[in-house]
Design a binder for this molecule. Structure first.
Ligand SMILES: Nc1ncnc2c1ncn2[C@@H]1O[C@H](COP(=O)(O)OP(=O)(O)O)[C@@H](O)[C@H]1O
Ligand SMILES: [Mg+2]
Length: 282
């Protein structure tokens, strides 16, 4: 579990994260969502220690990561896997060498032990027999899977993924999401994912933190989103009018107000009088 407590971070006189708190549990996908520039990456970098927050605490299983000494910090870092935006594979290393890299850094294993582990994770991400290929020879989805294999090769307790679906088509994105979710459950990882991919939100959002201009605007799970009345969240998630209508229908359906096709027609007809209950958002 990771607890984010009252984190603030600014650059110069510009505040970028304002008093954000969250509890991210193990065995689930914790999503940080929000428009571009809302502070997702800065918050994630604060969580993994790449940025020093101006105020607040980041607790890893109850221990304050910011205040801990060097040796303890290194211990936590060893338990963190990261999947960077754009995969960030080493172009001059082949797949096997890329995935072996963290093993060489953090273990004293011999080549055979390392190779066994590499093959194990490659199999886990459904990529057998690509050991000797170079990143330039792989498709975008394959690169992500190699990067994911590298991120989990040390069996991390914590997995951070910044925009894991950027540049992927919707189908491949789903495969990656599912893989991340399965690994999260299988190894009870506390997984943190930055995304603005709405498919991911609805597919794997066990816990969702919605950032708006550096603030926590809303939190909940994917089911809560369907029924949320937060206007900013709704405008962000259900960006198209069609999806707004679909959400409205879902809410009415739950309230038992859609009883026949006529009501459904009314709802979809822009000129018809609104049958929506008044919104009490914000
Ligand atoms: N190293 C930095 N120095 C100054 N400003 C930064 C730095 N990194 C990010 N920012 C600013 O912080 C804000 C949030 O950025 P970011 O967290 O990258 O947004 P997101 O990941 O949600 O798209 C942006 O306004 C960005 O310009
Ligand atoms: Mg970002």
């Amino acid at each position: 579990m990771i607890e984010v407590k009252n984190i603030k971070k600014g650059f110069g006189d510009k505040t970028v994260i304002q008093d954000v708190s969250a509890v991210m549990k193990a065995g689930q996908c914790n999503l940080i969502i929000g428009a571009s520039g809302s502070g997702k990456t800065v918050l994630m970098k604060c969580m993994v220690g790449l940025f020093q927050p101006d105020e607040g605490e980041i607790l890893y299983n109850g221990n304050d990561f910011i205040k801990m000494g060097r040796a303890d910090k290194t211990e936590i870092r060893k338990q963190i896997g990261m999947l960077f935006q754009g995969s960030a594979l080493f172009d001059s290393l082949n797949v096997e060498q890329n995935i072996m890299f963290p093993l060489s850094m953090f273990t004293k294993w011999d080549y055979k032990q390392k190779l066994n582990r590499v093959n194990e994770v490659l199999e886990r991400v459904n990529l057998p027999d690509v050991n000797k290929k170079f990143p330039s020879e792989l498709s975008g989805g394959m690169k992500k899977r190699v990067a994911l294999a590298r991120a989990v090769v040390l069996n991390p307790k914590y997995l951070f993924c910044d925009e894991p679906n950027s540049g992927l088509d919707p189908q491949t994105s789903l495969v990656i999401d599912k893989l991340i979710k399965d690994l999260t459950i299988e190894y009870n990882i506390t997984t943190v994912i930055n995304t603005h991919d709405m498919n991911s939100v609805m597919e794997i959002g066990d816990y969702i933190l919605y950032m708006y201009k550096g603030n926590k605007e809303w939190e909940g799970n994917k089911k809560d989103i369907i029924f949320s009345k937060n206007k900013r969240l709704n405008d962000f998630i259900f960006a198209s009018e069609f999806l707004q209508d679909a959400k409205d229908m879902r809410m009415l359906e739950r309230a038992g107000k859609i009883s026949d096709d006529r009501n459904m027609d009314e709802l979809l007809n822009k000129d018809a009088p609104s049958i929506m209950p008044p919104s009490d958002s914000e």
